[in-house]
Design a protein around this ligand. Sequence first.
Ligand code: KG4
Ligand code: ZN
Length: 354
Amino acid sequence: MKILAIETSCDDTCAAVVDGVKIMSNVVSSQTDLFAKWGGVVPDVAKRAHQKKIGLVTAEALKRGFELTKTERMEEIVVEGMKYVEVVAVTKGPGLAIALAVGINQAKQLALKYRKRLVAVNHVEGHLLSNWLTNKNGIPDRKIELPALALTVSGGHTKIVLIEKVGVYRLIGETVDDAAGEALDKAAKLLGLGYPGGPIIERLAKNGNKEIIKLPRPMVNQNNFNYSFSGLKTSLYYQTREWPKEKIGKHLADLAATFQEAVFDTLLTKFEKAIEEYKPKSLMGAGGVMANLEIRKMLRRVAKKRCLPIFMPFKKELNTDNAAMIGAAGYFKALRGEFEKNIELVERDPRWEI
Ligand code: KG4
Ligand code: ZN
């Protein structure tokens, strides 16, 4: 089943073509350069950037996905590509309302004009199902045993989800305030490091001493599977606010390593407790923060200790936002016949829970 998928829930303009769970093309136009100076996403700027790029990104995904070489003209590529598309999938939420609207409008227009069926996808489900994606040739060939316990961690969410079946999810725990990626981004901003903070902190942390200051492990002793990350940034702020600039500069790697360790240790401690409680058959990592090699290592260690198979997206760029994952989730929804009945009425749902 050939699907055109569109994703604009945050600051990346994304379109992809998938054939079932095979990635035929996956185009991401990132806006990170725009937000580096702000230290975070500015919704209105994101919306305008999406509007500017969505047409081109869609055409590029169709061109690469169906290997269209006859024309370079955007309109002709879309007409040609849409002949092969069977279903349009789009992120309906959660995410930034005005950013979501751009992708939804594009998907609705294409579905109506070319008479295609439309599936509306939950962004978090997309992250979870990124683990089912393969390359054009069906590699890697994964047999994922369910139920799987997934830790999905990004700039917008931090959740432990029990995947009972594809399409049947149980939320086991989540952050009560900031997402873990958001905490990394805010800490980076506090240290004057730029945006997005996660990859910058990862790079610096490699050479850092993890004990330069003492940071808490919030909520780890509570009898639930929830997280709280907003206090970590506050603790970093209070412990370093009297430091002269030179001292911060000298210890950037140490502060990055200490902060990253506090976030990851907290994530993994609670995740291990959830493994004990729910006894899944496999484990899974997903979301932008899972692009980090250190947390991947930590997760693999946990899996080994518990003798469980562990799955993470087969390519680094499938962790961060992309439309192929929306295509995968859209494919399974389409198999279940969950199409939108009235395309004109499809609306964004910025707070859609999985
Ligand atoms: O999944 P994603 O692209 O977008 C959301 O749905 O939010 O995740 C973006 C988040 C950002 O907070 C970013 O700092 C974090 O993922 N991130 C990382 C890394 N790459 C991206 N965090 C730690 N290490 C990385 N290598
Ligand atoms: Zn995301």
